[in-house]
Design a protein around this ligand. Structure first.
Ligand code: FPP
Ligand code: K
Ligand code: ZN
Length: 514
């Protein structure tokens, strides 16, 4: 390694329990997934019967008495007052999950490290998470071979997480350039590794990683003309993008394509070999894209990966962020989404007592949705707040649309792994994907995101996308300590605002010849 960690490298990856996140291939539907999950061993006690306590066959797992630490509202220390009397595998799993989370939310679990504040919230173990992410850029045991198709992601997750934690990502520039250069294909785009065909997800992660390390050498590494031609071949007759030539089409493709087009200032006109898009009568890469996303809103009000399938929080972020790039969110979101239905579904993603978000109906909270679902809120808020003001925060705002406190309690109480790194939920191992997106979600709770009427770009099309600002959430309501504040990220590009602006401005100064 060119850069060793701040601390001496420790091996943190056990050979067992290797479940790398899979955001590249299409997931199984909920029912199939659930039948693969193990039934929980313990059933949640009925609220009508007194809870068992002091049972000698059930030794206490807690260091302290059962009473929660002071400063924690009852909402976060008790099971929900209303329960579904129907007992199913799904409900048993939900009950087991919330019961497990309660120990952590109450601040009583033996593994919880460090001090708790007056709100009963543990401190962010910043140094441990920094060390974990440095380690994540080193070697992996053979069980991680599946991650070989996600190498640009491994770079992005680590760099983004470190940046949020206050580390300087530019020190990785040479190493990142050396890693990503062989992954770019002369036919456009980046593969998930050297010798792999180009994929929109890997290309998105590669471009964001280059923006994070910044500088002319990073920006000029991308063959933008080839990227533009490749995107033309991915553009489909229904307006969306497939993620790879001959591969599946879904809203990840739409979001990754819009990110790449707008950050790299690619020409909007369709290249000559954009066969399917031309046959459909489109003239630009973005024609029909918003209409495609509109067809992905499901009967529940959420947004699915493709028209007609199950709504999921990860796709909701992709769709709303893509719409917010295609124009001002107060225009594009109400034009293409049913907002009351979307608000209802999105609100249902936050659970109590856990405080975190689930990705879909009848499924469990997971720390990574702190970003995928949490990241939808500033976009919807901006859409509802309406036209931006010349400067400063909006004059009137719909205000908080979700419980920042609940999410902060879930993240700091349930998602911090005792040896560093952040996780899906208690009992799961940390990984760099969850570390990145749990931290991104924490940062989003700590900032107000809003737009002004001035943009860093003179492009009319993407003016709104480059007009976002942030200010820290102030006030005594915050349940985390000042020392636990993270860097603010751009709500569409998921990198610092300045990193996005630098890449865009450098590219604007070197237009792609068409
Ligand atoms: C379900 O997994 C997961 C999905 C339906 C989508 C996963 C996609 C992403 C996280 C991000 C995609 C975005 C980009 C930009 C590539 P699951 O069944 O394991 O989880 P669940 O039970 O929480 O639904
Ligand atoms: K999950
Ligand atoms: Zn997750």
């Amino acid at each position: 390694p060119i850069i060793a960690g701040r601390h001496k490298r420790k091996v943190r990856f056990p050979a067992a329990n290797l479940q790398p996140p899979n955001i590249i291939s299409t997931p199984a539907p909920a029912q199939q997934r659930q039948s693969q999950q193990k039934r929980p061993g313990n059933k949640y006690p009925s609220p009508l019967k007194p809870a068992k306590s002091g049972n000698p066959s059930n030794p206490p797992r807690m260091a302290s008495p059962q009473e929660p630490r002071p400063g924690i509202p009852a909402l976060f220390t008790q099971p929900p007052p209303i329960r579904d009397p129907l007992v199913t595998e799904t409900i048993e799993l939900q009950d087991a999950t919330l019961e497990k989370c309660l120990d952590f939310l109450k601040g009583l679990h033996i593994s919880q490290k460090g001090s708790f504040n007056a709100s009963g919230v543990p401190a962010l173990q910043r140094d441990d998470h920094i060390a974990y992410l440095y380690d994540s850029l080193e070697d992996y045991p053979e069980g991680f071979v599946a991650m070989d198709a996600s190498r640009p992601w491994m770079v992005y997750w680590a760099l983004a997480g470190l940046t949020l934690l206050g580390e300087d990502p530019t020190r990785f520039r040479e190493r990142v350039l050396g890693t990503l250069r062989p992954m770019q294909n002369p036919t456009g785009g980046f593969g998930g590794g050297h010798g792999q065909i180009s994929h929109l997800a890997g290309s998105y992660a590669a471009v964001l990683s280059l923006a994070l390390v910044g500088g002319e050498d990073a920006f000029s590494l991308v063959d933008r003309e080839a990227m533009w031609r490749w995107l033309g071949r991915l553009k489909q007759a229904d307006g969306g993008f497939s993620v790879t030539e001959g591969g599946e089409e879904d809203v990840r493709g739409a979001y990754c394509a819009a990110t790449i087009i707008s950050l790299l200032d690619l020409p909007l006109a369709l290249p000559h070999d954009a066969k399917k898009a031309r046959e459909a009568g489109f003239e630009t890469l973005t024609d029909g894209l918003a209409e495609y996303l509109s067809r992905c809103q499901s009967f529940e009000g959420g947004i699915s990966g493709s028209p007609g399938v199950e709504a999921h929080g990860a796709y909701a972020f992709c769709a709303l962020a893509c719409l917010s790039m295609l124009g001002p969110p107060e225009e594009t979101i109400p034009r293409h989404m049913n907002i009351p239905l979307l608000l209802s579904w999105l609100s249902a993603r936050q659970y109590a007592p856990e405080g975190g978000f689930s990705g879909r109906t009848n499924k469990l909270v997971d720390g990574c949705y702190s970003h995928w679902v949490g990241g939808c809120w500033p976009l919807l808020q901006s859409a509802l707040d309406g036209k931006p003001q010349p400067s400063g925060t909006p004059s009137t705002t719909v205000g908080n649309l979700y419980s920042r406190e609940g999410l902060d309690r879930y993240i700091l109480g349930c998602c911090q792994s005792p040896r560093g790194g952040l996780r899906d939920k208690p009992g799961k191992s940390p990984d760099s994907y969850h570390t990145c997106y749990v931290l991104t979600g924490l940062s989003a709770t700590q900032h107000h995101h809003y737009r002004t009427t001035s943009s860093i770009t003179s492009s009319e099309k993407f003016a709104s996308a480059f007009s976002w600002h942030s200010s820290p959430v102030r006030g005594e309501d915050n349940v985390y300590d000042k020392a636990d504040r993270l860097v603010a990220f751009h709500p569409l590009y998921v990198i610092p605002h300045q990193a996005a602006a630098n890449m865009r401005l450098w590219c604007e100064a070197q237009p792609v010849a068409t």
